[in-house]
Design a protein around this ligand. Sequence first.
Ligand code: AP5
Length: 218
Amino acid sequence: MYIILLGPPGAGKGTQSRRLAQEYNLKIISTGDIFREEIRKESELGKKVKKYLEAGLLVPDHIVIELVKSIIRYPECSLGVIFDGFPRTIKQAEELDRLLSNCNRKVDIAINIEISDEDVIKRNTYRRVCINCGRVYHLIFDPPKTSDICDFCGGKLIQRKDDKEDVIRKRLEVYRQWTRPIIQYYSEKNILVNIDGTKNIDEVYNQIKTVIEKRVKS
Ligand code: AP5
């Protein structure tokens, strides 16, 4: 099964994709996580994309598409993928359709997690991420047991550089201009499902699970 998680910054795409991947044994392709890791490693790709992430702007399509093209060939992707943060433009969506149809596959569901602009600011401002294992926390809604320490690996929790309020607002503006049109793209293909992302993490997860189970049975 090939599932896309859509939604504004902080909608919960990463949080939900990790749980779904475990339950349904799917590979996650999170372009944002890959770029952050490449920046951390100071690789050539990391150096190329750093300025876009820090400014809250989209990485140019050709870089993102090349990256996804190279990953989707991995054997573990043949069992199914959850795309988190990709596609982000109509061009990326069209390219993904082409890539999948080349191996007789297609996007099965595009799940659009909806939250308000106010929630976007609240979710991103209070997000903390483990520097070591990448586990994501929220200081109010999903706090660590000990302040600034990861419950799972004991790593230090940090704030993402693009989680400062001015950059969050920029990311939201970019989302409205470039990514929101994709909702219509998948709606026209009859594979779009809207989810109320304002509920708590478990409730959002259950809504998504219901959608997936229904699709599996149909
Ligand atoms: P990316 O990492 O994809 O950022 P994003 O889309 O802005 O999404 P986030 O990771 O910020 O949020 P999320 O929806 O995953 O929410 P999360 O689960 O963490 O991209 C970053 C940058 O990389 C882009 O700006 C761009 O520069 C570049 N990039 C990446 N992909 C690209 C592409 N395809 N094309 C071009 N450029 C690209 O949750 C957020 C917080 O809320 C957490 O603290 C969490 O604990 C909490 N939370 C989650 N769910 C709930 C809930 N239901 N209730 C309460 N709290 C919740």
